[in-house]
Design a protein around this ligand. Sequence first.
Ligand SMILES: Cc1cc2nc3c(=O)[nH]c(=O)nc-3n(C[C@H](O)[C@H](O)[C@H](O)COP(=O)(O)OP(=O)(O)OC[C@H]3O[C@@H](n4cnc5c(N)ncnc54)[C@H](O)[C@@H]3O)c2cc1C
Length: 325
Amino acid sequence: MIDVIVVGAGWSGLTAATRLAARGHSVVVVDKSRGPGGRSATRRADNFSFDHGAQYLTARSEAFRRQVRAWAESGLLAPWRPGIVTFGDRPADAGRPPDERWVGVPGMNAVLHQLARGLDCRWQWQTVGAARRGPGWRVEGPDGEALEGRALLITAPPRQAGGLLGPDHALHDRLVAVDMQPCWAVMLGYASPREPGFDAAFVNRGPLAWIAHNGGKPGRGNVDAWVVHAETGWSNDHLEDPAEAVVEAAIAALAELAPALAQSVTHSAAHRWRFAQPRGGGQGSSSLSRDSERLVLAGDWCAGGRIEGAWISGVAAARRLDAML
Ligand SMILES: Cc1cc2nc3c(=O)[nH]c(=O)nc-3n(C[C@H](O)[C@H](O)[C@H](O)COP(=O)(O)OP(=O)(O)OC[C@H]3O[C@@H](n4cnc5c(N)ncnc54)[C@H](O)[C@@H]3O)c2cc1C
């Protein structure tokens, strides 16, 4: 029997799995996608590459700073110092700018590929349910497949985690009540260099929230790939719109803000992140657990959102599970 089954190969799941494996536990990671990354994904299409989820990471805690430095030394992360402009008024609650912005090289999922390489990962393994089996867990996957483990870590977004455990589970209602906000991401490719006068932009008016020259990040070859994120409220109001309509709306907004980006588009696509980022500051603890069941729930939504929060949550989950086993 496996010691720990980990659902989800994003920052929290792979951080926890790596630490548990280093402590000598047998670990299997399952993810519904074709590879690691989760919301820190990189998509390739028509010779372009796009970080269409997380754009960069920041390190505010000393522990994560140390970890970031180690990844940077091994070439998996590099500093990104874009020329940034702001459209519209900066919100009063915007924090101070970070000392440094870091990006994965060659894509935002570079660290996660490295972590996954050392683990037993099962891709395209969508978990459809998790139930107690004796003192452990039985996790149901695709085509009637199942895994049995002594302990379970779920890092899927909280509403989905609640669904996997079922409505009778003690943590179900708490999980499905966590408010995750959506975000439409639009990926645009161009045949010739675009010069809108900035590398990245925070947008505080209209339907957009963020514009970035993805091709200008370190290790991307300076190709003309740009990523645009829609604002949360707009994404909510247009959640069920077809992707083509979202691309059209983004290009119309760019025509006003940065006309150079509204012309000569040769590649376009949109991706809906239904559970993009948690509203508010987290759950007040870095992970949720039921020690009597050897169950832990983790993810950025526990620790304030963002990659650093997911990492902190993954570290806490590994500690908790190690103590339970
Ligand atoms: C548009 C956008 C922009 C962002 N920008 C930034 C940024 O600039 N900086 C920053 O720090 N953070 C940013 N974030 C947040 C950052 O991406 C997340 O905090 C981080 O990636 C969360 O990692 P995680 O491991 O908690 O969850 P996830 O990355 O969501 O990992 C969960 C994994 O579980 C898998 N999964 C879900 N359900 C199942 C199932 N039933 N069976 C099997 N597998 C399943 C998913 O495929 C996924 O791989 C952004 C997020 C989005 C969406």
